[in-house]
Design a protein around this ligand. Structure first.
Ligand SMILES: Cc1cc2nc3c(=O)[nH]c(=O)nc-3n(C[C@H](O)[C@H](O)[C@H](O)COP(=O)(O)OP(=O)(O)OC[C@H]3O[C@@H](n4cnc5c(N)ncnc54)[C@H](O)[C@@H]3O)c2cc1C
Length: 433
């Protein structure tokens, strides 16, 4: 069945694929904008989600066990940075009152004591599971009910998008039409560059979390230890979990080209670049990419490196992992790495290997119409990202908008992460107000 949104005059319809914090921030802002009478359009936001609200945060579908701590401070919530808007002067106050982390803490079944306790304990970072609850709260506040189903494609019908999906409960194909724009969210699945092996003790940065108990049991019986490929937040989170759960002295070997973990801390001079678009506009594109690489990607927050520095079992092997193969003798697996010092690849023994080297941020390319797949893909990443428009959509003349905040690093350093979710939502909704 194809459902039409009616195309009512003065109404914009947006589809968001993925029901995480980005969707929640967009839903929250649209809800507030819709409450200003007599100004602009009504904005309808339809969120499509394969699993459940905040599935990537509560531990039910990998990426985390839910107990990991969020790295971004809680105050950088769905409305942050709460800049005022000349056309909608009260929007910052509305967002703060109804959709902030504080509003969530004060909402039933919580109470004022819980908020006071959080402050008194030094505003400690929340767990991913608590963050998931906050996202669910935002959907309830906005009275927005996501459509549960796996999006299988989008197709153009004149000036609009039709979103095709398989309904979650029945698996039946369905489609909703009439969207002025589609927003793709989420980091995508693990890249799995090295995990396509016949060995069962090789995991991705996503599925490590759903197999962690089995991994622990397997590691307990052997002594080559675990090799984690990668040097970013996922690698560090997995290493930190293992440090806390493995017996002392078990080896955790991190294989990455930088031979260390770069640290991220709260630093006003760095943070203000995330919050203020003006200095960013003056940077050359190379500088922008370097900034994001240094402060967003491939970087580990201080609360995680603090845990890691407590163990003596953590090793670093500088190099690029190129293969995982069977070990000889008592060793189960070997990770083969190249580095600058030797013509002969280095072989690192392992009982378990986790490839946490990244996620596929271009996961949505196969969902696009065939005519766009060649243009909107990893192959053209730099050109597409350099040409991205201010509303975080790709510059695709003649097509309805495709917003991709995960690729917005040239427009701003924080729209692809949790740093300025309110700013991201403001940009995406600009053309529809
Ligand atoms: C565990 C983890 C912790 C992180 N911690 C931080 C942090 O502290 N600070 C920070 O700035 N960044 C962090 N990041 C990085 C980054 O900010 C997030 O990946 C990103 O912002 C996630 O939010 P999102 O709303 O884009 O997507 P997600 O919350 O990942 O949601 C995407 C959703 O899309 C759904 N989906 C996927 N394919 C389909 C489909 N075909 N049809 C329908 N639904 C689909 C998934 O089920 C998922 O629920 C973290 C990432 C992860 C994975």
């Amino acid at each position: 069945m194809v459902e039409t949104w009616g195309g009512r005059l003065g109404q914009s319809n947006i589809a968001v694929v993925g029901c995480g914090p980005k969707a929640a921030a967009i839903v929250a802002r649209a809800h507030c904008l819709n409450r200003f009478e007599g100004t602009g359009n009504q904005i309808s936001v339809t969120v499509f989600e394969e699993h459940g609200i905040a599935a990537a945060w509560d531990g039910s579908h990998g990426y985390t066990d839910g107990d990991q701590k969020l790295c971004t401070p809680a105050e950088r919530d769905l409305g942050f940075p709460y800049y005022s808007d000349e056309a909608f002067p009260d929007i910052a106050g509305m967002l703060k009152r109804d959709f902030s982390w504080d509003a969530f803490q004060l909402s039933p079944p919580h109470n004022k004591a819980r908020y006071a306790e959080w402050v008194s304990r030094g505003r400690k970072p929340q767990t991913h599971r608590e963050f998931a609850n906050y996202i669910r709260f935002a959907f309830r506040q906005a009275d927005n009910k996501p459509v549960f189903g796996k999006v299988t494609g989008i197709r153009r019908s004149r000036r609009h998008w039709t979103v095709e999906f398989n309904e979650r409960k029945t698996g039946r194909p369905d489609a909703f039409e009439g969207f002025d724009g589609v927003v793709f969210t989420g980091p995508g699945p693990s890249l799995n560059k090295l995990t396509k092996t016949p060995f069962k003790d090789v995991y991705s940065g996503r599925d490590f979390w759903t197999h962690r108990r089995r991994i622990l049991t397997n590691l307990g019986k052997r002594d080559a230890g675990v090799v984690i490929i990668g040097g970013g937040g996922t690698t560090a989170a997995i290493a930190a979990w293992l440090v806390r759960h493995l017996p002392d002295g078990r080896k955790i070997n991190l294989v990455n080209t930088q031979g260390t973990l770069f640290n991220r801390t709260v630093n006003f001079f760095e943070n203000r670049i995330f919050d203020d678009p003006e200095p960013w506009a003056a940077f050359y594109n190379d500088e922008r990419r370097n900034f994001v690489k240094r402060l967003n990607r491939g970087v580990v927050w201080e609360n995680v490196t603090d845990i890691l520095s407590e163990t003596e079992g953590l090793l670093f092997t500088p190099g690029r992992a190129i293969e995982i193969k069977a070990g000889t003798g008592g060793t189960k697996l070997v990770v083969v790495c190249e580095n600058n010092t030797s013509d002969v690849p280095v072989e690192v023994p392992a009982d378990v290997v986790v490839d946490a080297s990244g996620f596929d941020a271009w996961w949505f390319t196969p969902l696009l119409p065939k005519a766009l797949q060649g243009r909107v893909s990893r192959r053209n990443a730099e050109r597409l990202e350099d040409g991205m428009l201010g509303d975080l959509s790709f510059d695709l003349p003649g097509w309805p908008r495709i917003h991709a905040p995960m690729h917005s690093q040239i427009i701003g350093p924080g729209y692809n992460s949790l740093m300025v979710l309110g700013g991201m939502a403001e940009r995406v909704l600009r053309p529809y107000r």
